[in-house]
Design a protein around this ligand. Sequence first.
Ligand SMILES: Nc1nc2c(c(=O)[nH]1)N[C@H]1C(S)=C(S)[C@@H](COP(=O)(O)O)O[C@H]1N2
Ligand SMILES: [Mo]
Length: 229
Amino acid sequence: MIYRPSMRRRDFIRTASEGTLVVAFGGGVYAVAPSEAYAKQKRSDGRPRVPPGQRVLTALKPMGGSPGSPSRSQFRLKVYGEVEKPFELDFKQLLAFKKKTRKSDVHCVTGWTVLDAVWTGTRVRDLAKKAKVKKTAHYVIFEAAHGYTANVPLKEALGPKVMVAHRLGGKPLRRAHGAPVRVVVPDLYFWKSAKWLTGIRFVKRDQPGYWETRGYHNHADPWKEERHS
Ligand SMILES: Nc1nc2c(c(=O)[nH]1)N[C@H]1C(S)=C(S)[C@@H](COP(=O)(O)O)O[C@H]1N2
Ligand SMILES: [Mo]
């Protein structure tokens, strides 16, 4: 949770759970959940709940980037590339698509983790099914406003919790978090989760994206601490 000037301090303190440390950074005050509480937790795949070198925050921290238009009426998503049936969706058509709500953990390379973020949207695997991805596709390039891109191996992009999300915690995504729509790739560092999404391009060969060509790791597995290349 984030303490905002619009929120009464009293309410913030009451809501922050016991043992929660309150820290200020980046213009907001964030509650840091006690990491011992999660230290022994394991995921269903056996890996520790909190990856090494991460500390748990209770709300996503807006990390910036060049924002795209938050307009829903102007929104278009292109699904194309190495597919048999490329298509484009406007916001209404995206909402009409199979919707899912999924809980997942977010891990930012700068060292914060948010557990159980609730995302609502369309799974990349369902969009891929509609596009009929060719056998020759091996990577997915998420494309966003102002040329931001992030590359993810096809197999991981088709994971059960990889979403094109328009809601976070049941509320419309805020502009800072990528409105109207962002991608969420929960098991890779958060820079792979392109905000202000404009396209999903399937490709034969890997194409390192914005951060991957600026010193960050090409794959970004938080459990292997694939932070830098
Ligand atoms: N379009 C776009 N998407 C982006 C970025 C960006 O600069 N532009 N930054 C990435 C990085 S580095 C991070 S850590 C996360 C931050 O998401 P948040 O601001 O919602 O916490 O978004 C990722 N998605
Ligand atoms: Mo980041």
